[in-house]
Design a protein around this ligand. Structure first.
Ligand SMILES: [Zn+2]
Length: 417
C-alpha cells in the first residue's frame, strides 16, 4: 500500500481549475478536496498546475522484433518524462506485427515485463487476418489499425476498400473501433509520378491534403454499409479539411473521431525544408496556413484527441535521406513533446485553455462508448485507472527551446517502479 498526497496545487478538473489536494492510493486517486486527510508521502504543489496524465493513443515501440528502433523500456521512459501515463501502442512496426493472437501474446509478454507506464495494444486489420479479429478482440486489443495507403513497412499490408468494408462489418459486430490511416494510395501514386525528386518538399507535394480528404470520404462510404455498431477513428489528421470531413459526418450521427499530432501543430513546410528527414512523416508536415487552420480546430474543441504518432527508427535510416528525402524512414519521434507543444504553442502562443489541453491529451479513441466496466472487460486492467492519473507541471512555462525540460514530476500515480 503506497500513498501520496499532492497539496496546494491548482488542479485542472473537467469542471475547471480548483485549488484542492489530491490523495493517491496504490496508483489510484482516492480523494480530491480541500485538505484531504490521507497520510503518506506529501508533495507541496503550491504555485503549480496539476494536470491529468497524458493518454498517448498513438505510439510505435517496435518491440518485439525491432527493439533496436526503440523498445518498450526506452519508449515508456520517454513517455513518463513527457508526462504520458498511458500509451496505446500500434500493431506495427514490431515484428511480427500484432495481427495474430500469437503476435499479440508475444507483445503483451514483453510490454508487461518492460513498460514503465500503463499501456494498451492496438491490433492490426490487414487483408489476411479477418479470421483473427474476434480472437484478438477477446484477447484485449483496444481497437484495430488499418492503412488505406502503403504502411511504409513490408510486413503490414494496406486494405483495399472492399476489405476495409468487410473489416468494419466484423468490428462493428464486436463493438470494436477501427483506427484508420486515411490517405488515398491512388492519389499519392499519381502525384508521386509528377512530383518526385530529391527535393524535400516533393515529399509534401506527393501527399497533398486532398489525398487525406478523399480517403476519409471513402472510409465514410465503407462505414455506411457496416451496420449499427460501426466506429472509426481517423489517426493523425494533418489538415483542417480532413477534420471538417470527420466533423460533418459526426454531426450526422456517424460514430467517427479524429486525432492530430504535435508535429503538425508545431512545424510548417519551411521547417521541414530546413530540418529534413527528422520531420519526414505521412501524412507530411503542411504549410503554415494549414497548420494555423489546424490550430483553430484544436482551439474550437473539434479535435477529439492529440496523439504523438511517436515512430522512431535507427539514426542511419533518417540520415540516408539527407540528400534525397525519399530514402529516409518516415516517422517522427515525439512522445516526450506532445505536452510541451500544447503548452508552449497552444497555451502560451494561442490561448489554448488548460482544460482543453487536459481534455485533448487525456482521451482514448475508444472513450466515446466505453464505460469503466467495459474497459475493464476487454482491455488490460491498468486501463481503468487511466483517468485518475496525475502529473505536476511548473506554472512558469519555459521557452520553446527548453520545452523538453519542463516536466517536473511526471506520472506520479501510474508509473510502475
Ligand atoms: Zn503511426
Amino acid at each position: 500500500m503506497s500513498s501520496l498526497v499532492i497539496r496546494g496545487g491548482s488542479v485542472v478538473l473537467p469542471t475547471g481549475q480548483r485549488s484542492v489536494d489530491i490523495a493517491v492510493k496504490d496508483g489510484v486517486i482516492s480523494a480530491i478536496g480541500s485538505e484531504v486527510r490521507e497520510e503518506g508521502e506529501s508533495i507541496d504543489a503550491t504555485g503549480m498546475m496539476v494536470l491529468p496524465g497524458v493518454v498517448d493513443a498513438h505510439v510505435h515501440f517496435n518491440e518485439p522484433g525491432r527493439a533496436d528502433w526503440e523498445g518498450w523500456e526506452a519508449g515508456t521512459r520517454g513517455a513518463a518524462a513527457g508526462g504520458v501515463t498511458t500509451v496505446l501502442e500500434m500493431p506495427l512496426n514490431a515484428h511480427p506485427p500484432t495481427t495474430t493472437p500469437d503476435a499479440f501474446d508475444a507483445k503483451l509478454a514483453v510490454a508487461s515485463q518492460k513498460a514503465l507506464v500503463d499501456f494498451g495494444l492496438w491490433g492490426g486489420l490487414v487483408p489476411d487476418n479477418l479470421d483473427h479479429l474476434s480472437i484478438l478482440h477477446h484477447r484485449g486489443v483496444i481497437g484495430f489499425k488499418a492503412f488505406m495507403s502503403h504502411s511504409g513497412i513490408d510486413d503490414f499490408h494496406r486494405v483495399p476498400d472492399g476489405v476495409l468494408a468487410i473489416g468494419l462489418k466484423a468490428t462493428a459486430r464486436l463493438g470494436a473501433i477501427v483506427g484508420v490511416h486515411a490517405e488515398s494510395q491512388e492519389l499519392i501514386e499519381r502525384h508521386e509520378a509528377e512530383q518526385r525528386n530529391a527535393q524535400r518538399l516533393s515529399w509534401c507535394r506527393a501527399r497533398p491534403p486532398e489525398a487525406e480528404v478523399e480517403a476519409i470520404q471513402r472510409l465514410l462510404v465503407c462505414m455506411r454499409g457496416a451496420g449499427k455498431g460501426v466506429r472509426a477513428h481517423v489517426v493523425h489528421v494533418s489538415s483542417a479539411r480532413g477534420l471538417a470531413a470527420v466533423d460533418s459526418a459526426r454531426r450526422k450521427g456517424v460514430a467517427i473521431t479524429a486525432e492530430t499530432c504535435p508535429h503538425y501543430l508545431a512545424f510548417s513546410e519551411e521547417d521541414f525544408e530546413r530540418i529534413g528527414p527528422a520531420l519526414k512523416c505521412a501524412p507530411p508536415i503542411r504549410d503554415a496556413e494549414t497548420r494555423e487552420a489546424l490550430w483553430q480546430e484544436v482551439l474550437a474543441g473539434r479535435v477529439d484527441l492529440i496523439g504523438s504518432d511517436h515512430s522512431p527508427c535507427p539514426a542511419a535510416d533518417k540520415q540516408r535521406g539527407e540528400y534525397d528525402i525519399w530514402q529516409a524512414w518516415g516517422g517522427v519521434a515525439g512522445i516526450q513533446t506532445t505536452l510541451p507543444v500544447l503548452l508552449t504553442d497552444g497555451l502560451q502562443a494561442r490561448g489554448l485553455s488548460l482544460e482543453r489541453i487536459a481534455q485533448g491529451s487525456g482521451r482514448m479513441p475508444t472513450s466515446r462508448s466505453w464505460t469503466p466496466s467495459s474497459a475493464g472487460r476487454s482491455a488490460p486492467p491498468t486501463f481503468t485507472h487511466a483517468a485518475a492519473s496525475v502529473r505536476i507541471w511548473a506554472e512558469s512555462l519555459p521557452a520553446r527551446s527548453c520545452a523538453r525540460s519542463c516536466v517536473v514530476a511526471p506520472c506520479l500515480s501510474m508509473a510502475r517502479s
